[in-house]
Design a protein around this ligand. Structure first.
Ligand code: UN1
Length: 506
């Protein structure tokens, strides 16, 4: 039996750790956050979030550290992140199991989440020697232009329950090598995970004289709101619902700050008649029922070309019906619980809506009568996409809507019709079809895959999406630029003062 106290002890989390930390734990007396084990509904912990004054103390420390940190050579900053990566590697099992215990994803995925953090730390360490700008030809004699990148300032990071720690790492590891400090407001459902990560950060920061680079300010929506309004954060990174993201973006924009949004997904897979059915069935099953449907990248809509549809549907019914559900920490389990009772209610009401809109439940559809928040993976044969509004919404649950389509163009149009634009995929052996899908007239999502599913992206690419998904990009590629400020410099090495555009003046 995996025990919470043992996991926390393995990770070195101090008993009675409070809800704020800058390298030093700070007492918190704000609103209570209750951590609940989704496998059985038992309370794992209760923790006070921050009051406004406690939050301010954390932000002030992050601000003060920034003044020193921004001047540390980037490769030296990389050493802190390398150390954090080593500590994560060392504690992968305990931390992964804690994620599983508190959030409910299966152990393999909990460990995968920690692996994602290790990977992004390694990417960031490499980047710490690669934060390069451009040289630009000047129109003036003996002049040159360069573009350089400077640290931006303290970054506010607000994360969601479904990836309680990895998404923090995508932001924090990059921000740290870029010379920023960061303050993290984790989901109030997963405070224990954040205490564990902060404990590892504290060790790394202690060894590198870097207290205040990674700080924690737990709490609910009020703390997130303070961050959105707080001019001490030139950048606020927010992961969560479209509805809350809209408010965060508006509040940050009001003070002309920058926000990095990773909001909802409503991801589709298109399957053409020439697709490899074995790959399709595995990708769709993982994509729609993995993590109990609680990823932003979860597959929620399936567009099947008519000829291949019957065999794909038949095999999906079998696959959905045979996944083992249960305790996420049991190695035989493939699908764990939803995070809480409200998610179960949303699952049930989406199924009711689907039925009332003409959908037919092909398998699943029921809430399990057992402790914890378990629901059956559900496959619903839908009517036409336009006449099926429930499929235009993201329900964070293992429900997949299946549509029949005549051709690729119709499938692309339906896929793109929804407001969200995160991830997308096509299964086909046709180069022409996949090239069309990847063309400017194809998928409108931030992520577009060929012959693999919508979820499970690697950290090397930029992660994020368009439209209501928010437009942010995190993790790989050149996402680091969001965490820095660009400076265009023109340098005159001559004895004259020629003006740009040939303007003559005194
Ligand atoms: C999320 O659900 O917010 O691509 C992130 C994936 C993961 C990250 C998902 N690497 O599914």
């Amino acid at each position: 039996m995996i025990n919470k106290n043992e996991l926390l002890a393995n990770l070195g989390v101090p008993a009675e750790a409070p809800g704020a930390c800058t390298g030093k734990w700070l007492p918190t007396t704000g609103e209570i956050q209750t951590s609940i084990n989704p496998n059985n509904g038992h309370v794992l912990a209760k923790l006070h979030g921050c009051t406004r004054a406690e939050y301010d103390a954390v932000v002030e420390k992050a601000k003060a550290r920034f003044l020193e940190w921004r001047m540390r050579p980037a490769p030296k900053r990389g050493e802190l992140v390398r150390r954090l990566g080593e500590l994560l590697r060392h504690h992968k099992e305990s931390l992964g199991e804690l994620v599983s215990l508190e959030m409910g994803k299966i152990r393999a995925e909990g460990l995968g989440e920690v692996q994602e953090m290790i990977d992004v730390c390694e990417l960031a360490v490499g980047l710490s020697r690669q934060l390069h700008g451009l040289t630009i030809a000047s129109e003036r004699p003996n002049h040159r232009m360069i573009e350089q990148w400077h640290p931006l300032g303290p970054v506010g990071i607000v994360t969601a329950f479904n990836f309680p720690i990895a998404v923090w790492a995508w932001n924090a590891a990059l921000a740290a090598v870029c010379g920023d400090t960061c303050v993290w407001k984790p989901s109030p459902r997963t405070p224990l995970c954040s205490l564990a990560v902060q404990t590892l950060c504290n060790r790394a920061m202690d060894e590198h004289d870097a207290a205040g680079v990674f700080s924690l300010a737990t709490g609910g929506a009020d703390v997130g709101g303070w961050m959105a309004d707080d001019p001490r954060f030139p950048l606020v990174s927010f992961t969560g619902s479209i509805e809350v993201g809209r408010t965060v973006a508006t509040r940050v924009a009001q003070r002309l700050g920058r926000s990095l949004l990773e909001l909802g997904g409503n991801n589709a897979i298109i399957v053409l008649d020439d697709a490899d059915v074995d790959l399709v069935v595995r990708a769709v099953t993982f994509g729609s029922v993995g993590t109990a449907g609680q990823r932003c990248t979860t597959t929620r809509r399936l567009f099947l070309q008519r000829k291949i549809a019957p065999q794909v549907i038949e095999r999906l019914i079998r696959a959905f019906g045979s996944v083992s559900m249960g305790d996420p920490l049991d190695p035989r389990t493939l699908v764990g619980p939803l995070v809480g009772p409200a998610s179960v209610a949303r699952y049930a009401s989406a199924i009711e809506a689907a039925k009332s809109q003409g959908g037919k439940v092909l398998c699943g559809g029921k809430v399990l009568d057992r402790p914890g928040y378990f629901v059956e993976p559900t496959l619903i044969q839908a009517t036409t996409h336009d006449a099926f509004p429930i499929a235009w919404e993201e329900t964070f649950a293992p429900i997949l809507y299946v549509f029949l389509v005549d051709d690729l163009e119709g499938a692309i149009a339906a896929q793109n019709a929804v407001p969200q634009g995160l991830s997308s995929a096509i299964f086909t052996d046709s180069v022409r079809a996949s090239e069309r899908f990847l063309s400017a007239a194809g998928s409108d999502c931030g992520i577009a895959n060929v012959n693999l599913g919508t979820s499970g992206a690697e950290i090397g690419g930029a992660f994020g999406g368009e439209k209501d998904t928010g437009g942010g990009r995190e993790s790989g590629s050149d996402s680091w630029k969001t965490y820095m400020r660009r400076q265009t410099c023109t340098i005159n090495g001559g004895k004259d003062l020629p003006l740009a555009q040939g303007v003559e003046f005194v």
